[in-house]
Design a protein around this ligand. Structure first.
Ligand SMILES: Nc1ncnc2c1ncn2[C@@H]1O[C@H](COP(=O)(O)OP(=O)(O)OP(=O)(O)O)[C@@H](O)[C@H]1O
Ligand SMILES: [Mg+2]
Length: 290
């Protein structure tokens, strides 16, 4: 189960994130990166964060600890940035928190070496959850205390956006050509041998069970939350068989378009409008100090 905590203070938006995650303090005295249910990408990205995050953790990959963050939109009332205020207003209830890793830096493949065994485990895991968002353009890896940490799994489990595609998705190959760890010679056979036996129905069901009900209710095509959880578990379980052979590591694409799906990259509020509201926020802050 995810621990449930309550947000006590909104600290600042994280400007790098497309979904406008925020730094938030909570009643357990922790500081969290919070992704909000009211963000444009919707609650399914939070479902993907929990299922993939819990699975990565269970497979021994490093992921910041997840928590369910209860939010009273009242904490955003003093926010000078209108976009932040609206996001918080739309996000009452449970949101997703990730333990903030202070002093972590974004992974740079030119500055940090990953051994083939670890690279293999990360690429294999990304293939399992169909993560299209760990490319050299956008690694979504942090380096903290010298170790590699995996973040941002909102784009995984793409089949949940069209459940009719889920049976076919189970057998689909995974193109890792643009994966940020592809140049490190990922040992996929070793990763498969070590990890595939651990991805059991029980493990997957336990990861899926950690998703709060309120992010799963009223999904079209499902009678209830239990049926939707079962579909998540079954789809992942079907992908495991022979997964390593379905991972393609080919030529890296040049500066071509991102292979991430449009709904992930084309959400309209960034970056031009965002820059405007960031400026407004900064001005308001400066004004407050003067
Ligand atoms: N747990 C964490 N500790 C420290 N920094 C973090 C953490 N999680 C995220 N960040 C920082 O916040 C940025 C945005 O986070 P993340 O990529 O998860 O958000 P996002 O909105 O899904 O972003 P995008 O879709 O634009 O990649 C990261 O690039 C990283 O710099
Ligand atoms: Mg990201």
């Amino acid at each position: 189960m995810l621990s449930e905590i309550t947000a006590t203070r909104y600290v600042t938006p994280l400007r790098e994130g497309g979904s406008l995650p925020g730094l938030v303090e909570a009643d357990d005295l922790g500081t969290y990166v919070v992704k909000f249910t009211g963000a444009g990408q919707g609650r399914r990205t939070l479902v993907a964060e929990v299922v993939a995050g819990r699975l990565a953790d269970a497979l021994g990959l490093r992921v910041p600890r997840l928590a369910a963050v209860q939010l009273d939109p009242v904490i955003g009332l003093g926010e000078p940035d209108q976009e932040v205020q609206e996001l918080l207003k739309a996000s009452g209830g449970l949101n997703l928190g990730m333990d903030y890793l202070p002093g972590s830096i974004g992974f740079d493949p030119l500055a940090y070496t990953v051994d083939p065994a670890e690279a293999g485990r990360v690429v294999w895991f990304d293939a399992l959850v169909n993560n299209v968002d760990r490319s050299w353009r956008n690694p979504n890896l942090l380096v903290w205390h010298g170790d590699l940490w995996l973040i941002d799994h909102g784009a995984c489990l793409i089949w949940q956006h069209n459940w009719a595609s889920a049976p076919a998705a189970a057998a689909r190959s995974y193109d890792a050509s643009d994966h940020v760890l592809a140049p490190f010679g990922p040992d996929l056979a070793a990763a498969h041998a070590a990890l595939a036996p651990r991805v059991t129905e029980e493990l997957l069901a336990a990861c899926v069970a950690d998703v709060p009900d309120e992010w799963l209710v009223d999904e079209p095509g499902f009678d209830d939350v239990a049926a939707l959880r079962a579909a998540h578990t079954a789809t992942l379980l079907r992908r495991v068989d022979g997964l390593a052979e379905r991972i393609v590591v080919g030529e890296r694409s040049a500066d071509g378009p991102s292979r991430a799906p449009g709904w992930l990259t084309e959400w309209p509020h960034r970056p031009a409008e965002r820059r405007g509201s960031e400026a407004a926020r900064d001005e308001a802050r400066e004004g407050g100090r003067a």
